[in-house]
Design a protein around this ligand. Structure first.
Ligand SMILES: Cc1cc2nc3c(=O)[nH]c(=O)nc-3n(C[C@H](O)[C@H](O)[C@H](O)COP(=O)(O)OP(=O)(O)OC[C@H]3O[C@@H](n4cnc5c(N)ncnc54)[C@H](O)[C@@H]3O)c2cc1C
Length: 411
């Protein structure tokens, strides 16, 4: 790979190789996707390890945590919808199991979502989305502006209508990552708190990785779950290199003082002048406002323009937001893929699997990814709902070159 430079000066010389250790499964990357994979694999009795200098971090530190299978539907993503809906259906029971296994809350709120429009163009776009949703048999209800404001009295008076989607909930991704880390530790997962520098391949088979300190980690099966960095692990043969790219998102965190609660009772999102903005109110009083969508490589700078855009659009939607204390600004990288869907399961290189490319739905897709990868690691087969997301669909240089990013994402 490469591990991003660490800011300070580079080490004078390379450390001597350390003795190897061996596992059934090694997961490269300890974001929510790597952690759920490791936890589920360990539950199936596999001796599992994770390599990551800071497990529990990654994009989940920034993400809003909307579980938005229905409101995030885009044209051309019907296959992904099936996976998203499967994840949404199983989320509550996944949360129950994870909270039990970790002893920690993940801040799941079954609060639903209201998607609103502020002008005639936005309203037409939302009407169109409603038609698509209904055509696919999804549950969403059209409301007038007045009905929207009855549900959420702090909405701007100009709201022209909206969609009430009672099945799109939310979770706190930071708490989710922390609980997954704890559950994985309790299940016996070993953590190598270092960057994996390169994949080891012997006799046409992936055999583990070499860490930055030179230690060789041997594993029967290696899962690359490195988020937006997944394609940068050195030693990955070209034919299995995941076509994943970083998609930057900036997010604001505000605090609703106790006296003002409930500020909003559900997630509220909107199309404002063609752009998207969402406000996610947590039980704790935190209000998350997101998110920009920028193709700028691995840059994670919070910019004045990003903060301005989010505040301007959120203020147009819910004017009271500008009265709230702003507690944090942050930027993270979604692991984007050419069709906005994840790459799950075995690759053409024996012993190598992928769990990456979750783009704007990685928090939602955490439970189904854990199940799919655990199944693949133990039986060689993906779960039925995950089969359309095999990395095979991008096999071959022609397909890779032809794959271009779809539309702008919002989450
Ligand atoms: C602004 C924003 C808003 C979002 N909102 C939502 C939302 O509302 N709902 C939703 O479902 N999703 C949302 N997402 C998407 C979601 O956060 C991601 O899809 C998900 O977190 C990806 O998880 P991951 O584990 O695949 O990757 P990451 O979180 O990127 O984790 C990858 C990990 O791998 C490690 N790593 C990489 N390479 C190596 C290596 N060589 N060696 C060791 N470790 C390595 C990294 O250190 C990192 O810890 C949002 C994302 C952003 C940025």
């Amino acid at each position: 790979m490469h591990a991003p430079p660490e800011g300070g000066s580079a080490p004078a010389r390379r450390p001597l190789p350390q003795p190897s250790s061996s596992h059934d499964v090694l997961v490269v990357g300890g974001g929510v996707i790597g952690l759920v994979t490791a936890w589920r694999a360990a539950q199936r009795g596999l001796r599992t390890a994770v390599a990551d200098p800071a497990p529990g971090g990654g994009a989940a530190r920034v993400a809003a945590g909307m579980l938005a299978a229905v409101t995030e539907l885009h044209y051309g993503e019907e296959a992904l919808l099936g996976l998203n809906l499967a994840a949404a259906r199983g989320y509550a029971s996944f949360v129950e199991e994870l909270e039990e296994a970790s002893g920690q809350s993940v801040g799941f709120r079954a609060c639903g979502t209201l998607a609103v429009a502020l002008d005639a163009d936005d309203r037409a776009q939302l009407r169109d989305l409603h038609g698509l949703q209904r055509g696919l048999g999804l549950e969403s209800q059209w409301l007038t502006g007045r009905e929207c404001r009855r549900l959420e009295p702090l909405l701007a008076p100009g709201v022209r209508g909206g969609l009430r989607v009672d099945g799109d909930h939310q979770v706190d991704p930071r708490l989710l990552a922390s609980a997954l880390l704890r559950a994985a530790e309790r299940a016996g997962v070993v953590f190598h708190r270092q960057w994996a520098e390169s994949l080891s391949v012997r006799a046409g088979r992936a055999t583990g990785v070499r860490l930055t300190d030179g230690t060789g980690i041997h594993a029967e099966q290696t899962v690359v779950a490195g988020g937006s960095l997944s394609g940068r692990l050195a030693g990955l043969p070209a034919e299995v290199l995941p076509p994943v790219r970083p998609v930057k998102g900036q997010v604001l965190r505000l605090r609703v003082p106790k006296g003002l609660a409930p500020f909003l009772s559900r997630t509220v999102r909107a199309v404002v002048r063609g752009g998207q903005v969402y406000l996610v109110p947590r039980e704790s009083g935190e209000l998350v406002i997101g998110a920009t969508s920028e193709e700028l490589g691995w840059d994670t700078t919070v910019t004045a323009g990003g903060v301005y855009q989010l505040l301007r659009d959120a203020h147009e939607l819910v004017p009271g937001v500008t009265e709230l204390p702003l507690t944090e600004t942050s930027a993270g990288l979604r692991p984007g893929s050419p069709d906005n869907a994840p790459l799950l399961g075995p690759t053409a290189l024996p012993g190598l699997l992928l769990a990456t490319g979750h783009h704007r739905n990685g928090v939602l897709l955490t439970p189904v990814t854990g199940d799919a990868l655990a199944e693949a690691l133990t039986t060689g087969e993906l779960t039925p709902e995950a089969r359309p997301f095999s990395p095979d669909r991008f096999a071959g240089p022609v397909n890779r070159a032809a794959s271009t990013p779809r539309q702008r994402s919002t989450q």
